[in-house]
Ligand binder design. Structure first.
Ligand code: GCW
Length: 670
């Protein structure tokens, strides 16, 4: 196993210099998570000449990491504790930081909070030890911040080992067997430093071997859980709804059948015997061929509640995915709209789900496109716990070959206001599909690490500015980051999502991708397919009419004001125009440009900006490790090639359809 060459991502030794150069007092009773804190501090001090102290009476500390309730507190910590206790409790994961009398104090009520506090000090670096700090108390906005792996134990003949994985094989399994878990331990460390506290280990498309993780392969899940526990991370499992049949040999998986319910209860108690802090199940049911309750004439509430009942006595939860739609659609049928499907299925069930069911809803109504509307399901489930699902793996955003920093997309989603509450306020929790594999850089593209980091940070605090989060990532990853490199990284990454959008997805039209792989352009690739993802371009115009007046009625799934904002092309934001409307190529946008001219301009401009990214990266070669620089440079070559291909396909396609030349006379291949 290649741990020697494993990239440290946002936790290089240098990120701990400020801590490691100091006298650090740790006041906490040992335990798995406190041991992690101690090991971090000891490692940093060994490297940078500091000292670790455990005796609370030691009075020369420059940094104190203190767990309340661990006996008598050193006096500086006592003052902070008094101040904290007058406010809202810190909770298991929260921490407080203050600097009374020149000592930096981190205080937590639980071991995980202490670990998060330590990583916060690492983020602050020397600033944590400068001058005076007012007390800051930090608590996660969401109790669960979760990554879903789409990993298979075996290599799937079509999807490979990691479905939609662009960073090599699974970090958990190889050739059907568990791997050495050293890399998983490092993964846990990275996730904890970003604030993630739950993972689901296997693909939501549960194939035969992977179904058995619930039963005879359960010890493999338990081993992963054991390695992640010291980082405050709980493990969840994707299970097949048909488990009682495929694993239990029962004749049915009907969720209302007593023997089926008993089977789930027995399976779950065996899981908790092996993994006492097991998180729960993730279920993709009646979706893209996975089994589900529809097969028995039952609802999704019946299905989810059956599994929830088995988990409830142990405090486990069910993440039940709302990604349910007809994937055998006839393109001739203009009345069926995939965007409507999740709301049509789930909104009527609001209020029927058990308390430990979390409805997991993709942020957009179609499928993780570079630009789509926010899913109206998120705003329609007042009596249901909703997890908003993001996609860190870049299935539709360049597959970790293109630079595409997704923080700004997620911030836009999280800040989207439904009536009076934003998505971030409505969501009970945030979940994302991981982009990690066994690649030495973890994420294939070294700059895609920023997406993993940003997901954790935004799930902890959705109000963070995504560019500030990126800056944090830069500071840690490239510590100590020279300013020309920082400037170049911001120039390359800050707006890379909008650059990607500009050469692939004009005005909210999505899915013009190569069918199957989803990489590269194929404008009509899905146009006559069964998947329900069409753009309807003809000689006069393009876009999907989703209005109530003349289209599929999807706009009606939104509460006011959005149902009306989106209904009219005059009020619909330009960037979503073709998501909601079919308009002529000559339709004039708010920018004053016609739709066709916008398509041409953004595609020419997008490629120019990618060429500029590549130039900027070449200029900072001296500031970046050779292997990392080379990997990014190679991928930027591919991004320039691919963006050019996108530009030429799309421009030529729409030129041929419309017959309208580029007003600026640039080269379009007729
Ligand atoms: O985006 C689509 C992917 C499928 C995936 C599915 C899902 C795991 O193309 O590969 O299956 O979404 O989210 O279930």
């Amino acid at each position: 196993e290649q741990l020697m060459t494993l990239d440290p991502a946002w936790l290089p030794a240098e990120a701990f210099r400020a801590i490691g150069a100091r006298r650090v007092l740790v006041c906490a009773e040992d335990g798995p998570v406190v041991d992690t804190v101690l090991a971090e501090v000891a490692r940093a001090c060994a490297r940078y000449g500091g000292q670790v102290h455990r005796d609370p009476s030691f009075d020369g500390a420059q940094l104190m990491l203190v767990l309340t309730g661990s006996g008598s507190l050193p006096s500086a910590a006592g003052d902070v504790a008094a101040e904290v206790s007058s406010g809202e409790p810190l909770g298991e994961e929260g921490y407080a930081l203050a600097r009374p009398g020149g000592t930096t104090v981190v205080l937590a009520d639980g071991p995980v909070g202490l670990l998060y506090g330590l990583f916060h000090v690492a983020r602050l670096g020397t600033a944590a030890f400068d001058g005076w700090h007012p007390l800051e108390a930090r608590r996660p906005a969401k109790p669960r911040r979760m990554l879903d792996h789409w990993d298979n134990v075996d290599v799937h003949p079509v999807m490979g080992q990691v479905e939609r994985g662009y960073a090599g094989g699974s970090i958990f399994w190889r050739a059907g067997q568990p791997r050495d878990l050293a890399r998983v331990r490092e993964y846990g460390r990275l996730l904890a430093a970003a604030g993630v506290n739950a993972i689901s280990v296997n693909n939501v498309n549960v194939h035969a071997t992977e179904a058995r993780l619930l039963t005879d392969r359960l010890h493999q899940v338990a081993a992963i859980a054991a390695v992640l526990r010291p980082y405050g991370i709980r493990v969840h499992l994707s299970v097949s709804f048909a488990s009682p049949m495929v694993l239990g040999g029962l004749p049915t998986a009907d969720p209302l059948d007593a023997s089926v319910r008993q089977w789930w209860a027995d399976a779950v108690s065996a899981v908790y015997a092996a993994i006492p802090d097991f998180g729960g199940f993730v279920v993709k049911a009646d979706s893209e061929g996975q089994p589900g309750p529809f097969g028995y004439g039952r609802t999704h509430a019946d299905g989810a509640n059956a599994l929830a009942a088995a988990l409830a006595p142990f405090g486990g939860v069910v993440h039940w995915r709302a990604f349910v739609y007809n994937h055998h659609q006839d393109w001739r049928d203009r009345s069926t709209d995939r965007a409507r499907a999740a709301h049509d299925h789930f909104a009527p069930l609001d209020g029927q789900f058990a308390d430990n069911v979390i409805l997991q809803v993709k942020y957009g109504p179609v499928d993780f496109q570079a630009r789509e509307a926010v899913s109206p399901v998120i705003g329609a489930m007042a009596s249901t716990a909703v997890a908003v699902e993001l996609q860190v793996t870049q299935e539709y955003t360049g597959q970790q070959r293109h630079v595409c920093y997704l923080g700004p997309l997620w911030s836009w989603v999280l800040g989207f206001p439904f009536s009076r509450r934003t998505v971030a306020e409505v969501a009970a929790e945030l979940v994302a599909v991981s982009n990690v594999g066994d690649d030495p850089f973890w994420t294939g593209h070294p700059l895609a690490q920023a997406n993993l980091y940003a997901f954790g940070r935004l799930a902890w605090d959705p109000s963070l500015d995504p560019v500030a989060v990126l800056d944090e990532w830069i500071s840690l990853t490239f510590a100590p980051c020279p300013s020309p490199l920082r400037a170049a990284l911001h120039e390359i990454m800050d707006s890379s999502w909008s650059v990607y959008e500009s050469y692939t997805a004009p005005l909210g039209v999505g899915f013009m991708v190569d069918p199957g792989s989803h990489y590269g352009p194929s404008v009509d690739g899905y146009e006559y397919s069964r998947w329900g993802t069409y753009h309807f371009a003809d000689r006069d115009g393009v876009g999907v009419d989703r209005t109530r007046a003349s289209g599929t009625g999807f706009t009606g799934q939104f509460p006011p004001p959005w149902r009306d904002v989106y209904e009219s092309p005059d009020s619909c934001p330009d960037e979503l125009l073709l998501f909601f409307h079919h308009v002529p190529y000559t339709h004039v946008l708010r920018s004053g440009l016609s739709v066709i001219q916008h398509i041409y301009d953004t595609h020419f401009d997008g490629v120019a900006r990618v060429v500029q990214m590549r130039r900027r990266w070449a200029e900072v070669a001296d500031f970046v490790g050779q292997a990392r620089h080379a990997r990014v440079a190679e991928l930027l070559d591919e991004q320039v090639r691919s963006a050019t291909e996108w530009r030429d396909h799309i421009n030529t396609y729409f030129y041929r359809k419309s017959g309208i030349p580029d007003a600026r006379g640039r080269r379009i291949y007729a």
